[in-house]
Design a protein around this ligand. Structure first.
Ligand code: PLP
Length: 419
């Protein structure tokens, strides 16, 4: 029963270093967050030992009386938080939530309509070498070249032309809200089902700061680790009529034993997400993203070839277009990394550069808001990023900016009390 550092010093050292990295740098990857200690504790608990195939009250294993409690709490909290009739909290990840939902709604060979990966969609919305692209006939829709916003006229045109069985709304890299009612109208017009993947913006929905897809969609999927701030995992929400199909699509359709330690951690995260403190935090997420978008739209950024896609944001992220900059996405990511800010490069729609390089950055505010960043801190980080993307960036600038990043990290300590 030795602890980690005794039984495996190499793994213990890497974990300790990763903790230091998280503490000493500023995390602005839009899909990441910092799970609260209570979530880490549940996820690191003895529940990891338990097999519990089936669902609460109907398990294929004995000894499930306690994991039934935690799974039921997670289900009830998910339903309550999002106003859904049905919740399945077992998907191991967002990708598996989507795979299960699609198995429940489709037959292989059916046509699906999803946002093109190159325009901000997710792999599971129809990428060629993903299961979704292999199993289904994929028709991608796009953003408009001028506005950068999803072209709902094209969605309708493609839907009428291809008569999909399923239309998917949702994105991994898109800075605006979707028109769920319009998606519903189009789906109804062609007798398609509507699935919304709110993986990215679920935390904003939970806080009431983003329209909810739940009243409009047949099925809503999400991850639990992005804006929602919980453990890595997935959830499916739906109307009651689809409960049986979705339950059997998850287990035994896609998965075996559920990760009950993760499900307990989901329950904790969902409880936190219903709190006033969480709502206030999501407000800082949104305000911070708006501050960043405004700063990167300033003339000193525009003259450096930096452009904010769609001209702003109404979610937790900003997409930066570097097509006219001397920096490509990789160089910009590396430059920010060199001053202690972690972001990811991201293809912009109609990107002239290859996917491993890209001409864009995706920059998110959820992790910093969780760290406690307020308006002044977001103004400071926006200024630091603007300075880092300028052509006159040199060693002295790098040192200066790195110092300012360190001050922000020290001002907002992370996991200080973690054993
Ligand atoms: N759906 C969307 C929209 C996503 O952005 C992601 C992850 O980036 C996923 C699903 C998949 O989640 P996971 O990485 O947990 O499989």
């Amino acid at each position: 029963n030795a602890n980690l550092s005794t039984v495996d010093p190499e793994v213990a050292a890497a974990v300790a270093e990763e903790r230091k990295r998280q503490q000493n740098t500023l995390e602005m990857i839009a899909s990441e967050n910092f799970a609260p200690v209570g979530v880490l504790e549940a996820q690191g608990s003895v529940l990891t030992n338990k097999y519990a195939e089936g669902y609460p009250g109907r398990r294929y294993y004995g000894g499930c009386e306690h994991v039934d409690v935690t799974e039921k709490l997670a289900i009830e909290r998910a339903k309550e938080l999002f106003g859904a009739e049905y919740a399945n909290v077992q998907p191991h990840s967002g990708a598996q939530a989507n795979a299960s939902a699609m198995v429940a709604l489709l037959e292989p060979g059916d046509t699906i309509l999803g946002l093109d990966l190159a325009h901000g969609g997710h792999l599971t919305h129809g990428m060629k070498i993903n299961f979704s692209g292999k199993l289904y006939n994929v028709v991608p829709y796009h953003v408009d070249k001028e506005t950068g916003q999803i072209d709902m006229a094209e969605v309708e045109k493609l839907a009428r032309e291809h008569k999909p069985k399923l239309i998917i709304g949702g994105w991994s890299a898109y800075p605006r809200q979707l028109d769920f009612a319009e998606f519903r109208r189009i789906a109804d017009a062609v007798d398609a089902k509507l699935m919304v993947d709110m993986a990215h913006f679920a935390g904003l929905v939970a806080a009431g700061l983003h329209p909810s897809p739940v009243p409009h969609a047949d099925v809503v999927t999400t991850t639990t680790h992005k804006t929602l701030g919980g453990p890595r995992g997935g959830i499916i929400l739906a109307r009651k009529e689809l409960a049986k199909k979705l339950n059997s699509a998850v287990f035994p359709g896609q998965q075996g034993g559920p990760l009950e330690h993760v499900i307990a951690a989901k329950a904790v995260a969902l409880k936190i997400a219903a709190s006033e403190e969480f709502r206030e935090r999501q407000q800082r997420v949104l305000d911070g993203a708006k501050t960043l978008a405004a700063r990167l739209s300033h003339p000193d950024c525009v003259s450096a070839g930096v452009r904010v896609l769609t001209g702003g944001t109404d979610v937790h992220l900003v997409l930066v277009d570097l097509v006219n900059s001397t920096l490509d996405g990789q160089q910009a990511e590396d430059r920010l990394h060199s001053i202690g800010i972690t972001v990811n490069r991201n293809a912009v729609p109609f990107d002239p550069r290859p996917p491993m390089v890209t001409s864009g950055l995706r920059i998110g505010t959820p992790a910093l808001a969780t760290r406690g960043f307020g308006a002044d801190d977001f103004a400071e980080i926006a200024d630091i990023i603007a300075a880092a993307l300028r052509p006159d960036f040199d060693d002295a600038t790098q040192q200066e900016l790195r110092g300012r990043v360190e001050l922000l990290a020290e001002k907002h300590p992370l996991y200080a009390d973690l054993p």
